[in-house]
Design a protein around this ligand. Structure first.
Ligand SMILES: [Zn+2]
Length: 414
């Protein structure tokens, strides 16, 4: 069933049991994750759940209304604008098999492996057999990108879209949403596909993993798509793993080049680090574009201020209201050097792109692997260059390079 105020089932008299400290919607029973206040309207104390507040308030005075889950078969054709490679076809068959056999599956795919297209056939199989499907991600930008790609391919399907603030609802047979939105469902989806599983706000956030399990039917399957599998994910998948090591155009991931440099020290002296300047010069001379990653906003802005000799430089950060405009200007070539602090728009691809990471010693290995996946994503430009500027080599840098080499040779390394 799913919680919906228009439903006809009184699931619970109230969303929160204030005596037991239990939220019936998200099953939170951590008493530190409730907040109580005196409500003049109800003339009494009202307790609400902080764990699932992101999808609207579940409290001790509002009944939890639900709608019974239904299943409906649906013709669910899709259009692909290119033919899948052999490895993609094999992965696609594996997904269909997992859906049909009701097994969990870990799809270990390097960023840029065309993994969205790999799930199309599995979704089609599920919908034509009346199974309810959810495609979810912890990240809102990934959810938006998934919805665009899926609604572009499945033209006739009615796809529900749910993330903070946005709700397009039909009957929840085919839903694209953030993992948080799964709190709205109990025993409803026969197949949940999780993209960027590794992007859970806290790696292994148990509440969110609970949301996935709670919304899944007793014999449903979970399909995890990730570039950086962990032992926990392998366990969840019951050891059922399919790896797509090569990217869809068949080229390897770029192996980062390490340069020892102290960008901060030069910056504090009011200068742009000579190595960074030389790299940027080279990239500009070759008519390419570059994403420059910084470990912190302040450093990014200060270095930006020292780059007056270069044309087309902009800086973007996660809270920047103009970030989408800047990404578009980068795509059009108006901006050629884009400074950034976060893993910018995982779904976004640029042509002729190189990447520089400043003070790489601050970055964790998984982030570095995601960053390396940014380059060379277009078949026309299969080999970008990745430069790590660092004070010293770290365990994380070594681990990232080891894993990238493993991807290229087709091994799964944890
Ligand atoms: Zn809750």
């Amino acid at each position: 069933m799913y919680f919906d105020s228009k439903g006809d089932i009184l699931y619970k008299e109230s969303g929160v049991d204030s005596v037991k400290n239990l939220c019936h919607r998200c099953l939170n029973d951590d008493k530190t994750l409730f907040y109580e206040f005196h409500s003049p309207l109800h003339q009494k104390k009202v307790k609400y759940c902080l764990n699932c507040i992101g999808i609207g308030r579940s409290d001790s005075v509002t009944p939890l209304i639900a709608t019974e889950s239904a299943s409906r078969r649906e013709e669910c054709g899709y259009k692909l604008h290119f033919e899948l490679t052999e490895i993609q076809k094999a992965a696609s068959r594996k997904v269909v098999e997992a859906v049909r056999e009701k097994e969990n599956l870990l799809l270990h795919a390097v960023t840029g492996a065309g993994k969205t297209e790999i799930i199309f056939e599995g979704i089609k199989y599920a919908r034509e057999n009346g199974l309810n499907v959810a495609v979810v991600s912890p990240r809102i930008d990934v959810v938006k990108e998934l919805h665009l790609r899926l609604s572009g391919a499945f033209r006739k399907a009615r796809i529900d879209l749910m993330f903070a603030g946005v709700k397009v609802k039909f009957e929840h047979h085919f839903t694209v949403c953030t993992v948080h939105q799964l709190y709205n469902f109990t025993d409803h989806f026969d197949c949940i596909i999780v993209d960027e599983f590794d992007a859970f706000p806290l790696a292994g956030d148990t509440h969110l993993q609970g949301a996935v399990r709670k919304s899944l039917t007793a014999r449903g399957s979970i399909i995890i798509m990730t570039a950086t599998p962990t032992r926990k994910m392998l366990k969840l998948a019951g050891g059922n793993v399919f790896q797509i090591a090569r990217r869809y155009h068949g080229h390897d991931l770029a192996i980062p080049e390490i340069h020892y440099a102290n960008v901060r020290k030069a910056m504090e002296k009011g200068r742009l680090d000579a190595k960074l300047e030389r790299l940027l010069d080279g990239i500009m001379t070759h008519g390419r574009k570059v994403l420059v990653f910084f470990p912190e906003i302040k450093m990014m802005h200060e270095v930006h201020g020292l780059m007056g000799d270069f044309d087309g430089v902009e800086a973007v950060y996660s809270g920047d209201a103009a970030r989408y405009v800047k990404v578009q200007r980068m795509r059009e070539g108006d901006i050629r050097i884009l400074l950034t602090t976060t893993i910018l728009e995982r779904g976004v691809t640029f042509r002729d792109l190189d990447v520089i990471v400043v003070h790489t010693e601050y970055f964790p290995a998984d982030t570095l692997i995601q960053i390396c996946g940014r380059v060379g994503r277009k078949p026309q430009d299969p080999t970008g260059n990745v430069h790590f500027l660092t004070l010293y080599n770290t365990h994380h840098i070594r681990a990232a390079i080891r894993k990238i080499k493993a991807f290229n040779s087709g091994r799964t390394v944890l």
